[in-house]
Structures are given as C-alpha cells and as structure tokens.
Ligand binder design. Structure first.
Ligand SMILES: [Zn+2]
Length: 81
C-alpha cells in the first residue's frame, strides 16, 4: 500500500516538475528560430536546385534522376526537375 503511494507521489512529482519546466521554458525562445531556418532552406532549394547537392534529398528515381527537394523534405513525393 505504501509502495503504491510512493509510486504515485513520484509520478506526481515528475508531472509537476515537467509542468514547471514547460512553463518556465519560454515558447518564444524556440519560435523565432524555426521559421527562418525553414524558409532559408526553401529559398535555397528554389533558387539553386542542383548546385547545393549536400542540402538536397538526393533520392533517385527509376530513370536515374535525382530529387531536387531539400534534404529531409516534408513532402511525401520527390521532385525530379
Ligand atoms: Zn526527395
């Protein structure tokens, strides 16, 4: 019985700590960083499709063409243009 109580107390403490952490960590710290980085990659991919091969997905289709989307693109399909 007391063991169960201990477990529950531990879980509650962990939960409270996680709540405190997520409340303490300002969302604005992370928000401005993500959108510009994403935009940059998209812009680069649009402007120079084949020049920066390191940043490209590089997936090859059946006819040997290489995907020109950015590396790890969110789109499910590859683009061979
Ligand atoms: Zn691809």
């Amino acid at each position: 019985m007391s063991k169960m109580d201990n477990l529950r107390a531990m879980r509650e403490a962990k939960y409270a700590e996680a709540q405190k952490r997520s409340a303490a960590a300002p969302a604005r710290l992370k928000a401005p960083v993500a959108p510009p980085a994403t935009k940059k990659v998209e812009e680069r991919a649009a402007e120079v499709p084949a020049a920066d091969a390191d940043d490209l997905c590089g997936h090859r289709n059946m006819s040997g063409r290489t995907c020109t989307r950015e590396k790890g693109h969110a789109a499910k399909s590859h683009r061979y243009s």
